[in-house]
Design a protein. Structure first.
Length: 116
């Protein structure tokens, strides 16, 4: 009998911890969404409630199934890193490199024609 009570206490403590972490996760995510997409929530406050419910569900899912989520997340991250870059990303990277080269040439005085 005592073993079941200990198991029940551990289970209830685990669910309490999952609930607390899910609420914190939802608050952080909703604040982040508001900061990034403020204009969407100004026009439709019900969208904010929907976003809060969805992130709370995601927080509960992560909290309850973390032994499955964590290794899967690592696998997804490694797979995403090994994927080739899209044409848009390559264009952005080339433009960023060209701007940096121009900036360095300007700082060092390279490529400037000097008249004597």
């Amino acid at each position: 009998m005592m073993g079941w009570l200990v198991f029940l206490a551990i289970l209830l403590g685990y669910f309490w911890m999952v609930r607390r972490e899910a609420i914190g996760f939802a608050q952080r995510e909703v604040e982040d969404f508001i900061r990034r997409y403020e204009i969407l929530y100004r026009d439709d406050p019900s969208r904010l409630d929907r976003e809060r419910r969805e992130t709370l569900m995601m927080g509960y899912f992560y909290g309850l199934f973390w032994p499955i989520v964590v290794p899967f997340r690592v696998l997804v991250d490694r797979t995403a890193q090994s994927m080739p870059k899209s044409s848009y990303e390559l264009k952005q990277e080339n433009a960023r490199q060209a701007r940096r080269i121009t900036e360095l040439e300007r700082e060092l005085g390279i490529g400037r024609k000097e008249w004597r």
